[in-house]
Write a protein that binds this ligand. Structure first.
Ligand code: CO8
Length: 373
């Protein structure tokens, strides 16, 4: 067995952008309408008035300035405040398969692979838009790939966990070349009427080719030296929407069904956990923290990434060492660390080491140590 490499990635960005200012403006108009409609109950202290959101708070607390969105229509409409994504006929490509295919084609081109080279497709993300048939099988069919495909859900760690499955499949010889795709369509699960979370997420799609070193003919490839996964149950980040709502008569659009979190606790609990996970992973293959040229970290919050790196390096990381993409993309669930890898790995020289790491809901943490070939 010759080793396993990442031979190419492909990033697809939706055409619509949504700034903090646009989101906040709409949210604050919603607050005015809400507080006026509930004025009596608020005055009688039966209900709490909603408070304004602020673009300055969002940028300071998270580092997020903007995000891309698959369908902007509807989100800034006060009477809707949800994306308006038209229903597609069963004979049409699904939205998520379309997002996946955009990124897959770019990854295949970057890795120098065509459909006949690939024998497995993984679609892995925070949500899939339906249960079955798997989005991965739809993508496999549309691209003309022989072999097999399956979907996986691991929230923010969906991308790293999928790359770990791809690595293991190639290593075990159950697949020769895997196309792993993360079409993160998060916007339908964002509660745009909730001040604490309306700004957090964006949509994007990223794809990665994982194959044997022997078959790799791409100049931009990275050998995967090691992978490590960790999970620990926590209720601090939840999304309750699911098919059982139909049976328990809950409102599928009720606010308790959307993404929600206890952001402060997540911050406090996940940062030390992620730093410990990374340090243990690096030391397990005798790599010193200082020998890592770049930290392609999950993109939820700029302050989290700075804290995790400072725990690892005993100093603040430079922008080159720990690149940030969340200012432009926001939190794109699992895709963030791979967007950073896609955009900030071109300057690597042969032998340079880097670490890809995600952390989030579950809790889940996934990491890969990679070396430029
Ligand atoms: N505008 C103005 N003020 C605000 C706003 C706002 N939008 N939101 C909150 N405030 C106020 C609060 O009310 C609070 O006021 P007070 O002090 O009077 O009580 C004050 O600002 C401070 O609030 P917080 O303590 O909540 O603010 P933080 O500094 O903690 O920042 C963050 C909030 C940015 C959410 C921060 O806690 C954070 O980033 N935490 C980590 C979160 C994280 O990484 N979560 C992972 C989530 S994603 C994931 O795991 C996968 C999910 C899958 C995808 C889901 C797609 C939908």
């Amino acid at each position: 067995m010759s080793g396993v490499v990442i031979s190419g990635t492909g990033l697809w960005i939706p055409e619509h952008q949504l700034t903090n200012e646009e989101l906040v403006d709409c949210y604050n108009k919603h607050v005015d309408v809400y507080n006026e409609e509930h004025a009596t109950a608020i005055a009688n202290e039966e209900q709490t008035a909603k408070a304004y959101s602020s673009a300055a708070f969002i940028e300071k607390a998270s580092g997020i300035k903007s995000r891309y969105i698959y369908q902007k229509k509807g989100v800034l409409d006060l009477d809707r405040m949800r994306p308006d994504i038209p229903v597609r006929d069963n004979s049409e490509l699904s939205d998520q398969a379309e997002m996946a295919i955009h990124a897959a084609k770019k990854a295949m081109a970057n890795a120098g692979k065509d459909a006949s080279d690939i024998d497995a497709v993984i679609v892995s993300c925070a949500y899939t838009q339906r249960s079955y048939p798997a989005i991965a099988i739809e993508v496999q069919d549309a691209l003309g790939i022989e072999g097999f495909g399956f979907d996986m859900l691991v929230a923010c760690s969906a991308a790293t966990f999928a790359l770990q499955r791809a690595y293991e499949m190639v290593k075990a010889g159950t697949a020769k070349c895997v196309l792993a795709i993360n079409p993160e369509l998060t916007s339908p699960q964002v509660n745009y009427k909730d001040r604490d979370s309306h700004f957090i997420f964006g949509d994007v799609s990223i794809a990665t080719i994982v194959e044997q070193k022997d078959t790799c003919n791409s100049s931009g490839s990275f050998e995967i030296l090691s992978t490590k996964a960790f999970t620990k149950y926590s209720n601090n980040i939840r999304s309750n929407f699911g098919y059982v709502l139909n049976a328990n008569d809950s409102d599928p659009l009720g606010k308790e069904q959307y993404f929600s979190q206890n952001g402060r606790s997540v911050y406090k609990e996940v940062c030390p956990m992620a730093a410990e996970h990374i340090a243990d992973h690096l030391s397990s293959i005798d790599v010193k923290n200082e020998d890592v040229k770049r930290w392609w970290l999950h993109q939820a919050n700029i302050n989290m990434n700075k804290l995790i790196c400072s725990l690892l390096l005993n100093r603040q990381p430079s922008e080159e060492e720990a690149p940030i993409v969340l200012d432009e993309f926001a939190n794109t669930a699992s895709a963030g660390s791979l967007i950073a890898f896609n955009k900030y790995s071109g300057d690597f020289q042969s032998g340079d080491l880097g670490l890809i790491c995600s952390f989030g809901a579950g809790y889940s943490i996934g990491s890969l140590i990679v070396r430029k070939l």
